[in-house]
Design a binder for this molecule. Sequence first.
Ligand SMILES: O=C(O)CCC(=O)C(=O)O
Length: 310
Amino acid sequence: MATPAAPTTNGATTNGATKDPYKGALARLERDGFVVLPASLFPTFDLEALRKAAARTTEAARSGKWPYIRTLPKQFPPWPQDTSNGIWGVQHLMHPSNPDHMTFAKSYFDPELLKYVSTLIGCGEDELTMELYNMLVRPEQDFALRWHRDDIPATATDEEEMARLGGKGWHAQWNLALYDDASLIVVPGSHKRARTSTERNADPYENDMPDQLVVKLKAGEVAFYNNNILHRGKYDCTKERMTLHGSIGCSRASKERARNVLQHGVAEWVRRWNLEGLDEERRERAVAMKEKLVKMGQESGDVGFYSQDE
Ligand SMILES: O=C(O)CCC(=O)C(=O)O
């Protein structure tokens, strides 16, 4: 009998079944709804520089000097500026008024990352569209997000869920942990099916959902996940967290994607961004990706919010 293939962290198998790491990652994303890629696949990520930039940006956000923030206890945009309960995220890392924006841009437009993104979306590299680059940070009090799918409301019927889950997402979303991070919790496989009655009827903050899995990232690892997998965030205020939270789309994406992206307010500044300072290897492609985002903003008009009051 043949020896079963031994999966490696990046989804490749050791007996030759899937030698292409990009396709291996895609197979795992499709099967489980998420895939964790080791730091060794991204040798040009400069973790030290990113940590320093992240610390400066977080400090500016906590002290009121950076206005683009996710404030407690709100889960979805728009976030009020009231920081009395603290923050759990920092928005728009690549905004030109952030002194560290180029350090973040260098990692966002990383050529190796873009190869994974392109395979995971199923989209040519020339069709990639800039979307969002934010950071999820340690709140100053314990905090949790409810179980959710990013773009399918909890009120959706089984049929509505299946209709949305059956369509192509046309984007890739990832968490790049700058410190070890065990905040993201998913139900593997739930990106392909409607919620079970247990999931539907569970407490929105259920701590023990059947089959739930904590995505444990070591510093430098990248988790790509389907943003409509059933998931939540649970944050321990004693544990440092600086996790870069990015998404990239494809020019073939629909209006629904435009709302998901533009509700964060990125169109308001991206037009003014000239990407000066980005190295030549990244710059040309980055400019093309940015132009597609500008176009999305111009064509979409007022997109509203996914869940304004939560
Ligand atoms: O904290 C995380 O990693 C998950 C964040 C999340 O679920 C969200 O922003 O919708």
